[in-house]
Each structure stands twice: as C-alpha cells, then as structure tokens.
Design a protein around this ligand. Structure first.
Ligand SMILES: [Ca+2]
Ligand SMILES: [Ca+2]
Length: 210
C-alpha cells in the first residue's frame, strides 16, 4: 500500500527544487543546497569600512584631511577602530602617540580623529623639522547599531504620563501649530503606521477616555 502513494519522500535524497541559503546582517554569504551533498557558505564581514587617502603637510605644522562618511554611515552609527598612517616605505603605523613619549614610538606621528555631524576630520601633526611630507592614511570604521531614543506610545510630551495634554499636542501638530521631534512623532503615532494623522488623535483620545 505504501508503495502506491505518489511522491518521492520515501526515497528522496535531494530536493526537487534547489534552494539557496543566505546569511544576512553583520556577515553575509550564500550557498545553494539541494540535499544531495554537504554545502559550505563563504562569508564576509559587512560592518567594516575603510577610508584611504593622502595629505601633504609642511614640517612643524599640522594638516586636516576632511573626509565624507562612507555611504550609510554617520557620526551616530559608526566608531573608528583604527587609524593607520604611512609617510615612507615603512608601512602603515596604527599606533597613536603621546606628546611626551615620542622616543618610545619613533615615526608614529600624532593624529587626532574627530567624527562630526558633517565630516570625518583627521588631523596629523608633522613633527619633522624641515620639508613637507605626504602622509597616507587608512581609517577603519565599524558600523554599530544607532541607539534609538526611547519613547512611550501616547506620551507625546514625554512627561511620564499619558493625558489630555498629549492628545492636545497631536491636535496642534495636525493643525500645523507645532512641530514634533522624532521622539515625539514616534510617541504620537498610535497606530504605528509611520505617520501622525487624525486616526492617532482619535486612538489616543479613546485610550484616555475623552
Ligand atoms: Ca504626557
Ligand atoms: Ca499613525
């Protein structure tokens, strides 16, 4: 009886349709799997970005390389992991230097890396006494999860309780009388559809029994 059942499950050694298996997120990779043999996935790390460039700096002075953020990165969602500097054939030096310990770290020029809201600013101090030098640099950035501001749904003014004042704020916003911050906007979006509308106003009024 069993042999008369249509289908291939009893003897299946592979899938009828090949399937792909994907890893996404911080590491990514993909392989095709059909069940007939083992499969391996070659992965790559996606959360590192490297900015490369060069800057010419006169002796006994400092110079700023002002750099754009790589696509998708900003001051809030990445941190610098390392900054390497090369000024001759000795290779990239990834060690910082203290003002008072130049003897300990020969050829490690002082560098300061600042992430502003607009740019990445790398300042290098050329402590040589004469001539200008070309400094090559590599800045390694790691993507991090941006911290979301915490909010309580309905508490638009953020005072810790959900009251008529919060509903009034939504009403004023809808009438164009006030603007909402990102946090207030999220707190006001009662039905979580991404926009603040009269539906949210009604929902909040119902919730507080108005
Ligand atoms: Ca409130
Ligand atoms: Ca809404």
């Amino acid at each position: 009886m069993r042999n008369n059942v249509p289908g291939n499950s009893a003897t299946a050694t592979k899938l009828q349709v090949k399937r792909s298996i994907k890893l996404t997120g911080v590491i990514s990779g993909e392989t095709i799997f059909d069940g007939s043999q083992n499969a391996s996935i070659e992965t790559q790390i996606n959360d590192l970005e490297i900015i490369e460039g060069s800057i010419i700096i006169e002796a006994n002075s400092s110079g700023d390389a002002i750099l754009d953020y790589p696509n998708g990165l900003n001051e809030n969602n990445c941190v610098p992991v390392a900054t390497g500097i090369k000024y001759n054939s000795k290779g990239y030096n990834y060690v910082g230097i203290k003002n008072d310990s130049s003897d300990m770290l020969m050829n490690a020029f002082k560098r300061t890396l600042t992430l502003t809201s607009d740019n990445i600013v790398l300042r290098i101090e050329n402590s040589m006494t004469e001539g200008s030098k070309t400094f090559y640099f590599k800045i390694v950035l790691r993507k991090i999860k941006a911290k979301e501001e915490e909010y309580v749904l309905g508490d638009v003014n953020g005072d810790g309780s959900i009251t008529k004042e919060d509903a009034d704020m939504i009403q004023k916003y809808l009438m164009g009388e006030i603007a909402l911050t990102t946090k207030q906007y999220k707190a006001a979006d009662m039905n979580k559809d991404g926009t603040v509308s009269s539906s949210d106003y009604v929902l909040l009024k119902n919730q507080i029994g108005l």
